[in-house]
Design a binder for this molecule. Structure first.
Ligand SMILES: Nc1nc2c(ncn2[C@@H]2O[C@H](COP(=O)(O)OP(=O)(O)OP(=O)(O)O)[C@@H](O)[C@H]2O)c(=O)[nH]1
Ligand SMILES: [Mg+2]
Length: 359
């Protein structure tokens, strides 16, 4: 699963990328914006995995992960034609990094105005998709003159519908397409159909607004669940990152926070992609696995190993909270909180699962 960080120049994309993926790419006020992309892996902080690891003392503890890529800054008007477009198209979700911090040494086009920037970037995504639709429709019209292929006619009809939506200024994100239509649509990798995370990068003294991301939600984005606004201050996160674990915990406590904005941001991206975690535990490894919400136990087994999916017999399942109450799988089995489930069972976030297979 991959998220792409993109946005106007000098909004803090690379700073955030470094924090998310523990990388050390160069950032700076005066560095030129390079038209390049970097990719890195981000581990999904999860206190539950840490707690399980404390109980099992396994040889290895593995967190879930999401990949992030960091693109060079894009000016308004550039998105539809940038050489970085394939990176945007190839990602599962888009993370638009929006500048809300002031800095006299770095100009921001039109002055700092995050709501306007989110809105304008949305227009850019819509426009980029509209151009794809137009050019495909032209091609289809030519082909359909030569031969009457029903599949092409169907595609044309569908693209006419997309054109209408996009030209009215709406994204494709929340449009309900049939399964058949979705198959056709998928190939176009439309930007305005991807889940959107607007990451508002706040100045270090702007901590009050860290708690109110929705003040940055433009009205025209409505209340789509496929758009999440997340606030962070990259500079504060950099400071926290320099502290020891104990100091960081004190810092959070002093501000009455449960977790850092960065941790929340990672969780927001996970949620936006419709992903959940389940855990496998043991002396060898405690591990979080990523599956789509609503995945069956059989599919979850497949995430661990394709052979488990094929030879699936049953899954033993217990919720994280029930497990923590008893402290061991044996005790949960005795209490009856460890359940036996079949292959159609829908695995829920935070469940500890043990697969029984015919291997
Ligand atoms: N004051 C302040 N400065 C920040 C913040 N986030 C980033 N910066 C600074 O802004 C400058 C640019 O940051 P980058 O992370 O390189 O920005 P970018 O969006 O990757 O820039 P381009 O790739 O050139 O578009 C650096 O000097 C950062 O330290 C912030 O939250 N507050
Ligand atoms: Mg950068």
């Amino acid at each position: 699963m991959k998220f792409t960080l993109f946005g106007l120049p000098k909004t803090g994309k690379t700073t955030l990328f470094n924090l998310l993926t523990k990388s050390s790419l160069e950032t700076g006020k005066f560095a030129g914006t390079e038209k390049t992309a970097h990719i890195g892996r981000c581990f999904v902080e999860d206190r539950r995995v840490k707690a399980l690891s404390n109980i099992f003392s396994p040889k290895k503890t593995t967190f879930a992960n999401i990949d992030f890529s960091d693109l060079g800054g894009l000016a308004f008007g550039e998105v539809k034609e940038t050489e970085l477009l394939p990176h945007l198209r190839n990602s599962d979700g888009l993370a638009h990094v929006v500048r809300a911090f002031e800095d006299d040494e770095m100009q921001h086009p039109g002055g700092i105005n995050p709501v306007r920037d989110i809105e304008r970037m949305e227009e850019e995504l819509i426009l980029a998709d509209l151009l794809v639709v137009e050019s495909r429709l032209e091609r289809l019209a030519k082909d359909l003159k030569k031969m009457k292929r029903p599949d092409l006619a169907k595609e044309e009809l569908l693209l006419h519908r997309c054109r209408e939506i996009l030209s009215s200024g709406s994204p494709l994100r929340d449009v309900a397409f049939s399964e058949d239509e979705q198959r056709i649509i998928r190939g176009f990798m439309f930007l305005s159909r991807k889940p959107l995370l607007a990451v508002v990068n706040l100045g270090e003294s702007d901590t009050a607004r860290l708690h109110m991301p929705d003040v940055f939600r433009p009205e025209r984005l409505g209340n789509s669940t496929n758009v999440v606004i997340s606030t962070v201050s990259a500079v504060i996160e950099e400071e926290i990152g320099r502290l020891s674990e104990a100091e960081a915990a004190d810092y959070l406590k002093a501000y009455g926070l449960q977790e850092t904005a960065l941790t929340r941001l990672i969780r927001d991206s996970y949620r936006l992609l419709g992903l959940i975690s389940f855990f496998t535990v043991g002396e060898d490894e405690v591990r979080a696995w990523t599956i789509p919400a609503n995945a069956t136990a059989k599919a979850a087994a497949g995430a661990v190993h394709s052979d488990f999916e094929k030879a699936f017999i049953r899954a033993e399942v217990v919720t994280y909270d029930d497990f923590m109450k008893e402290g061991s799988l044996a005790a949960c089995r005795q209490k009856g909180t460890l359940r036996l489930e079949g292959k159609e069972y829908i695995v829920r976030d935070g469940e500890i699962v043990h697969f029984r297979s015919g291997l």
